[in-house]
Design a protein around this ligand. Structure first.
Ligand code: NDP
Ligand code: HSE
Length: 434
């Protein structure tokens, strides 16, 4: 059979990695796909820049539209990123009858509903395995491997940059800005690294995971998002003293009242496997009613080319299939997407780590615990540290049982109003993931 001709948009970390995998495993890939997959053209902005891949035999261009308008090309791999030109190119490729593979989580989370509608109307595939958790085939696992389950919840370490930063803070006591610079130099971070550290990248990925897990529309704007920039080495150390690790988790949970969608730093008991996922590695824990908990682990950054190529193989295998009988983009049949409400933050339920700075005098802790009791908030653990020689306040750390966030907000407003409490109370959510 004739080779399938591919056009690659973007030759950076992921685009270059994809070309490398396609070259290295060309024979194995052709045996699987049934046809040779050939990158015939590739786009980069700067054609003079050296590349991590061998571009011999690939027609390079700095005009991406010349690729999406090229009648020879059957599949376009969008590996540029962002929601500007990438969106335009993907829509143009679909208009021109080309299938699309992308690693762009921002694009799918924000514009996926529009892109999939166009792809359906055109009878085309849009594959996005690489958009979530890099090299881990989590989309395929949830969409196909777990298709017999009612998914109860998903919790994932889905931003390698944040995991790398938190691991370095915990293992080596390093400071945040230093580690972030290193993660950028290693190619882990997004073009705008605030997307990583403020939880936005993880929220893009969670939006996609929640949609394929629960059969709900992509709704990034409803995700509660909190990043790791407020986490201090002190919190990492206190969490450790209590038997926990701090990770940035993306959590999607089905509850009787609706769905919780949230990204935030989280204390996880150190006995859990996922608490021991360190460095730039990713892991996604999925709880299905039939299968129970399943953990998917792997690298989220460099090996992303592995997922892009897996999607290319899938698309090539399905080229001649009837569009109506393909696996639906978002796992559920388009007419069966359910409008389950997404709960506001005030209705979310979780346990909390609280750190307060309390005046070192009798009765202060009693006032705090009385307020918590008034709000029926029970305490699971408490530690009080010594004040430094020159300080009149000392750190007190409390772990609460699970409660509704609005209850905690009311109690904390009263605690923060006490004259013996200095500044705002630091709160970090706790998940046992049992
Ligand atoms: P890079 O910055 O390494 O590469 C981006 C490529 O697109 C480069 O070839 C660049 O050209 C080109 N490009 C960048 N910005 C523009 C623009 N505004 N207009 C036109 N071309 C542009 O990005 P990555 O490879 O890291 O990321 C690509 C996609 O993959 C993103 O969606 C990202 O979120 C996603 N992703 C990234 C992962 C990672 O670990 N890096 C992992 C999983 C997904 P030039 O090289 O000439 O500058
Ligand atoms: N910036 C992302 C991360 C790349 O750190 O996880 C992989 O999606």
């Amino acid at each position: 059979m004739k080779p399938v001709k591919i056009g690659v948009l973007g030759l950076g970390t992921v685009g270059g990695g994809t070309v490398n995998v396609l070259r290295r495993n060309a024979d194995e890939i052709a045996r699987r796909a049934g046809r040779e997959i050939q990158v015939v053209r590739a786009f980069a902005r700067d054609l003079n820049r050296s590349r991590i891949c061998d571009t011999t035999g690939i027609g390079l261009t700095d005009d991406p539209y010349s690729i999406v308008n090229d009648p020879e090309i059957e599949i376009v791999a969008e590996l540029i990123g962002g929601t500007g030109i990438a969106r335009d190119l993907v829509l143009k490729a679909l208009d021109n009858g080309k299938h699309v593979v992308t690693a762009n989580k921002a694009l799918i989370a924000l514009h996926g509903n529009e892109i999939f509608a166009k792809a359906r109307a055109q009878g085309l595939m849009v594959a996005f395995e690489a958009a979530v958790a890099g090299g881990i085939p989590i989309i395929k696992a949830v969409r196909e491997g777990l298709a017999g389950n009612t998914i109860e919840w998903v919790a994932g370490i889905i931003n390698g940059t944040c995991n790398y930063i938190l691991t370095e803070m915990w293992e080596k006591g390093r400071d945040f800005p230093d580690v972030l610079q290193e993660a950028q130099a290693l190619g882990y971070a997004e073009a705008d690294p605030t997307f990583d550290v403020e939880g936005i990248d993880a929220a893009h990925k969670l939006t996609i995971l929640a949609s394929i897990a629960f059969g709900i529309p992509l709704q990034f704007d409803k995700v509660y998002i909190e990043g790791i920039s407020g986490i201090t080495r002190l919190d990492v150390a206190y969490a450790q003293a209590l038997g926990y690790r701090i990770k940035l988790l993306g959590i999607a949970r089905r509850t009787p009242a609706g769905v919780e969608l949230r990204v935030h730093p989280t204390l996880i008991p150190e006995r859990r496997l996922i608490a021991n996922v360190n460095g730039v590695m990713n892991a996604v824990l999925v709880k299905g009613d039939a299968v129970g908990p399943t953990l998917f682990y792997g690298a989220g950054a460099d090996p992303t080319g592995s997922s892009v190529v897996a999607d290319l193989v899938d698309v090539v295998r399905m080229l001649t299939s009837d569009p109506d009988n393909r696996v639906p983009h978002l796992a559920f049949q388009p007419g069966s997407i359910a409008d389950i409400p997404v709960l506001p933050a005030s209705e979310m339920q979780t346990a909390y780590y609280l750190r307060l700075s309390a005046e070192d005098k009798p009765g202060v802790l009693a006032d705090v615990t009385r307020i918590l009791a008034d709000h029926r908030i029970s305490i699971e653990a408490i530690i009080q540290k010594e004040a430094l020689a020159d300080e009149s306040h000392l750190p007190v750390i409390l772990l609460t049982h699970k409660l509704k966030e609005k209850e905690l907000n009311e109690a904390l407003a009263r605690i923060e109003a006490l004259s013996t409490i200095n500044g705002p109370v630091k709160r970090i959510r706790v998940e046992t993931l049992g």
